[in-house]
Design a protein. Structure first.
Length: 408
């Protein structure tokens, strides 16, 4: 039997951050992970450069059944704090787009920073090690049966993430532990995920695979509405690209998505004005505004020959064409699922956790952090910022919990 102050299960973004913070406060911390490779999600993130935070990260960038929960942790550990950490490790970075920060070289540098911080906290690593059972005995803490033998710890942090990309080690472990200790779950589903359509509906557009264009894409209404101006990418089976990934997190099954294919123009007015240049063909005009291949397919779908001169098209037809471009409405049949989802929406219900510490209100010393919780960030570095912020909050609180328990 091995004894520790704190056991952290899951050595991903949130788990490593949490372990490092607690270890550096003098607690004996063990960090357990079942995967062969360390922090694989960090490694593959941001196309290998890890979009590790977003300068604009705030509570409004997260979806949750308890939208204020993330506020406290995000305010106490900000993107600037993470940048200060990177500076001490001399990791260089750049801003790509709308506050999204990426490593200049490789996402490996983020893993190296977290590993070095864990080493500075004298963390005991146990990996690849599987946790088979967890038991709680009041006054003694948590007893873990692992593939490397039994471990006991005064506090337990569950940092095993969500369900996306099972191939690299995602499991429902956090949800099972939450249920075991009487916590509720918010229904989970794939998020930041490409959307798919029935083969009949997609047949006319399948040939556009690879084409990308900036659009405004929206779904839902009122408080549940998500709307983003971002790129959309056609795929063989449906739609992807940042705009579609963003609204996939808001989408409810059977709901429509609405796409304005020309968000910076007034297609109806501009098509009608174009009648003045009478010799212009409609296909060539649309190709000034949109990718040519897309313009042709779109006109086909509207039963308009692309070589028709604009002057020959009645106003009614041009108006309908313009309206179709401004409001393409379609109902996805589904998504590409957890296999392709960047994150999991839903998870451990935060209404029974402290937003300041991430600790369970049911079981003293039990913490949940990161993506396992029902806190889902937008695309653009927000999910890692949540992992860092919730990891730090729990690391500090778990260290304090153990200190007080020792002195009691
Ligand atoms: P994370 O998934 O990082 O770690 C969980 C750990 O627990 C893993 O090491 C796993 O092996 C371990 N584990 C699971 N079950 C276990 C069990 N039963 N026993 C022991 N260990 C177990 N976000 C962002 O902000 N910017 C980005 O650029 C990207 N890019 C990106 C690309 C791709 C392809 C994906 C899939 C995801 C992203 N993300 C992202 C999302 C981001 O990776 C994610 O939100 C965080 O990694 C979540 O951090 P956690 O520490 O909570 O879980």
């Amino acid at each position: 039997m091995e004894f520790f102050d704190i056991a952290v299960i899951g050595a991903g973004a949130a788990g490593m951050m949490c372990a490092a913070v607690a270890g550096q406060r003098g607690q004996r911390v063990v960090l357990i992970d079942h995967a062969g490779r360390l922090a694989e999600k960090i490694r593959i993130s941001g196309g290998g450069r890890c979009n590790f935070t977003n300068l604009q990260a705030g509570p409004g960038n997260y979806l949750s059944a308890n939208p204020h929960f993330c506020r406290s942790a995000l305010a106490r550990y900000t993107p600037r704090d993470f940048l200060a950490l990177l500076k001490t490790h001399r990791v260089s970075w750049h801003e790509k787009h709308r506050g999204q920060l990426f490593c200049d070289h490789s996402s490996e540098s983020i893993i190296d920073v977290l590993k070095a911080e864990c080493d500075a906290g004298s963390i005991a690593w146990r990996r690849p090690v599987a946790v088979e059972t967890v038991r709680f005995a009041d006054g003694q803490g948590f007893a873990l049966d692992t593939s490397a033998g039994p471990i006991t710890a005064r506090a337990l942090v569950v940092a095993t993430g969500g369900l996306s990309i099972p191939k690299i080690g995602a499991t429902d472990f956090a949800y099972r532990i939450a249920k075991q200790f009487g916590h509720k779950l918010v229904e989970t589903r794939p998020a930041l995920v490409p959307m798919t359509f029935s083969s009949e509906e997609w047949e006319p557009f399948a040939a556009l695979s690879g084409i990308s264009l900036e659009v405004e894409v929206a779904t839902g209404t009122k408080k549940a509405e998500g709307a983003f101006v971002e790129d959309l990418l056609f795929t063989h089976r449906g739609l992807s690209g940042p705009g579609v990934l963003q609204i996939s997190s808001y989408w409810q099954s059977k709901e429509a998505i609405r796409i304005n294919l020309m968000p910076t123009r007034e297609p109806v007015a501009e098509l009608l004005q174009a009648k003045a240049s009478a010799r212009r063909q409609v296909g060539s005009l649309l190709a000034d505004w949109l990718p040519a291949r897309f313009a042709h397919v779109w006109l086909d779908a509207q039963n308009i020959r692309h070589d028709t001169r604009i002057a020959e098209l009645p106003d009614k037809v041009l108006r309908r064409l313009g309206e179709s471009l401004a409001a393409w409405t379609l109902v996805p049949s589904g998504t590409e699922g957890y296999r392709k989802a960047e994150v999991t929406r839903g998870g451990v219900d935060t209404r029974e956790l402290s937003s300041a510490t991430m600790m369970s209100e049911r079981v003293g010393g039990l913490f949940f952090v990161g993506e396992a919780l029902d806190v889902t960030g937008w695309l653009g570095g927000y999910n890692f910022q949540w992992a860092w912020a919730s990891g730090v909050a729990a690391g500090l609180a778990a260290a304090e919990f153990v200190r007080q328990a020792r002195n009691a």
